[in-house]
Design a protein around this ligand. Structure first.
Ligand SMILES: Cc1cc2nc3c(=O)[nH]c(=O)nc-3n(C[C@H](O)[C@H](O)[C@H](O)COP(=O)(O)OP(=O)(O)OC[C@H]3O[C@@H](n4cnc5c(N)ncnc54)[C@H](O)[C@@H]3O)c2cc1C
Length: 566
């Protein structure tokens, strides 16, 4: 005699649990309740409907209930909302949201995957604007149809997380006048402030009116009012400031919430009721690097948890090693990927971790290849152990491969020396013989073993203000094209013959285009008796990207004569 499994929520976590439960047994009854009209749709592709990349909104739905039934013998009941859990009698109360009719359904095991809903705070005047949020196919259809009908084409997106940025990008691609407002000084928290300047630049250069560090205070008809007093004309407003786990059903049933406010589960994703599991955006998970509980609203973790739950129900031992948070995004021509810890998170959580940072900008392929693109790569590792803690990569080419390597390395407890020695596949159209990841491993090992010292490009502005000696070791023509105001030009090819021009009584900071030639110059000077020499990591290229957006959008003075992004 089979068992009866009920699942609340029919998308990422819910549908994956159902499918895995079926794969593990043909005897059991599996019923999936979804209060919306669709199950198993691609949440992640929703923003791409706005630009027409995904032309037909129907194609966002990956599987219809009929197919679930025919192929998997899974009953997918759409427009059916579970409104109450009666734990004592092991039953749920379900409401048909179309007819209003209610009925009971019993269970042997209940799995909750209700997800998280967009936060829409009660900002004064919110009823005066056309507000949208993006969670499902109905939402994106509604937004898409509405923006197509407006005259001014002025759309404002509030919130610079994944959904906000993707919505802004796709609306811009579709020809709207897009403003993206973020209350914090930067968008996209998986990236540190220094790295994210590349994405700020990309949005700015593509004509998105990106406003950071300014909060929405109120709305007036077709207008967003910011705390700075700025007013933004908006016929449509997309609210994307984050999501909050759907915990009401669980809470009402007396299921415990954790410290983050999401549903608490044990290592097998079981709630405090042994017959009720929970997965996905609604739960909190263990972060394997911060050693604390966190909310991680991403599709990959939801699906892995779903599989684990089905396995556990079928008596398999599951191993829960926690999560480290790996993600990737496309922003116009750039791709950005990140994994593990970043400096922002370490500081925000006040983690007691001693770390150092390597930043390199190599090509993602051999330079002779026509599709070679720079990869801005940042590696974070623990000092003194060298344990890899996190990485971020941004570039027009292949960044996810590099960050996926780091995600794998972190899972297996690798150190920077392991990265240095990794044997990765290579041919010119794919990478370089010494891959970006190896390269970062070399630099990190050198730093760890005190072969040289560095400052970051983020420090150059304050170094200049304090009158520091900065030496540009690029060739003369490169220097003449653009340079740091006040930097001395002493090309690597001449530096050994012009040592008397270098002061010995103060620290000197060497930079080139991306940090490699200046690293050679630093070693040469160290070997020639100079003791206080630093390499500027990221070089002029990193500095150009770092300075650009704030230069363009504030009235501060530039510290370089011009940018060089090549
Ligand atoms: C626009 C967008 C883009 C995204 N892009 C990415 C991406 O690129 N990469 C990535 O990793 N993640 C992405 N995500 C996040 C990812 O989609 C979620 O992490 C994942 O879907 C979570 O799965 P889930 O099952 O917990 O919740 P969901 O997939 O949201 O499913 C929950 C479902 O449960 C239903 N439900 C809730 N309560 C009840 C109830 N009481 N009765 C019946 N049904 C109920 C809801 O209607 C909802 O459809 C994106 C999300 C959105 C919205």
């Amino acid at each position: 005699m089979g068992r009866k499994f009920l699942i609340v929520g029919g998308v990422a976590g819910g549908a994956s649990t159902a499918a895995r439960l079926r794969r593990l047994s043909e005897d059991d009854q599996v019923i999936m309740f979804e209060r919306g009209p669709h199950v198993s749709f691609s949440n992640c592709c929703l923003p791409y409907h706005l630009s027409g990349t995904v032309e037909d909104s129907d194609s966002l739905v990956l599987m219809e209930p009929e197919k679930f039934l025919k192929q998997y013998r899974i009953e997918a009941r759409v427009n059916n909302e579970v409104v109450f859990i009666d734990r004592e009698n092991k039953e749920v109360v379900v409401r048909n949201v179309v007819t209003g009719e209610e009925y009971n359904e019993s269970y042997d095991k209940l799995i909750l995957s209700p997800g998280a809903r967009p936060i829409v705070p009660p900002i004064p005047g919110i009823e005066d604007v056309n507000i949208f949020s993006i969670r499902n196919v109905v939402d994106i259809d509604k937004l898409n149809k509405f923006v197509k009908s407006i005259e001014t084409k002025n759309v404002t997106v509030i919130g610079g997380g994944f959904i906000g940025v993707e919505a802004a990008e796709n609306l811009k691609e579709a020809g709207y006048n897009v403003t993206l407002i973020e209350a914090m000084p930067q968008i996209m928290k998986p990236f540190d402030y220094d790295m994210v300047q590349i994405l700020h630049k990309e949005l700015h250069d593509h004509g998105v009116n990106l406003i950071v560090g300014d909060k929405v205070k109120a709305f007036e008809p077709n207008t967003v009012i910011l705390e700075s007093g700025k007013k933004v004309d908006a016929q449509a407003v997309v609210m994307a400031i984050g999501v909050v786990p759907e915990t009401e059903l669980a809470q009402e049933a007396g299921l415990e919430l954790g410290e983050t406010g999401a549903i608490k589960t044990d290592q097998n994703y079981r709630t405090n009721d042994k017959d009720i599991y929970a997965v996905g955006d609604a739960i909190e998970v263990y972060h394997a690097l911060t050693n604390s509980m966190t909310k991680l609203p991403l599709a990959g973790p939801a699906q892995k948890q779903a599989r684990a739950v089905a396995d556990h129900i079928h008596g398999k031992v599951i191993s829960n090693t926690g999560f480290i948070g790996s993600s990737v995004i496309k922003v116009f021509d750039y791709n950005g990927a990140s994994t593990g810890l970043n400096e922002g998170l370490i500081k925000a959580l006040n983690l007691n971790i001693k770390y150092d940072v390597v930043k390199v900008i190599p090509g993602d392929k051999v330079g002779l290849m026509p599709e070679c693109e720079q990869v801005h790569f940042k590696l974070i590792y623990e000092v003194p152990t060298g344990r890899v803690l996190g990485a971020q990569a941004i570039g027009k080419g292949n960044v996810d491969k590099r960050v996926d390597i780091i995600a794998t390395a972190i899972k297996f407890g690798a150190t920077v020396e392991h990265l240095r020695d990794l044997e990765l596949c290579y041919a010119p159209p794919f990478g370089t013989a010494k891959d970006v990841v190896n390269f970062a491993g070399y630099v990190a090992s050198n730093l760890l073993h005190d072969a040289f010292r560095q400052v970051r490009e983020t420090e150059v502005r304050s170094l200049l203000e304090s009158g520091a000696c900065i030496i540009d070791v690029r060739e003369k023509d490169e220097y003449e094209q653009s340079h740091i105001i006040g930097a001395m030009n002493l090309p690597l090819s001449e530096i050994r013959d012009r040592l008397d021009e270098i002061p010995r009584d103060q620290p000197i900071y060497l930079h080139c285009r991306s940090g490699q030639r200046s690293y050679n110059a630093v070693l040469a000077l160290q070997n020639l008796g100079f003791e206080n020499v630093y390499n500027v990591s990221g070089g002029f290229l990193g500095l150009s990207f770092y300075e650009y957006f704030n230069d363009q959008t504030t009235d501060r003075e530039m510290i370089i004569t011009d940018y060089n992004f090549e």
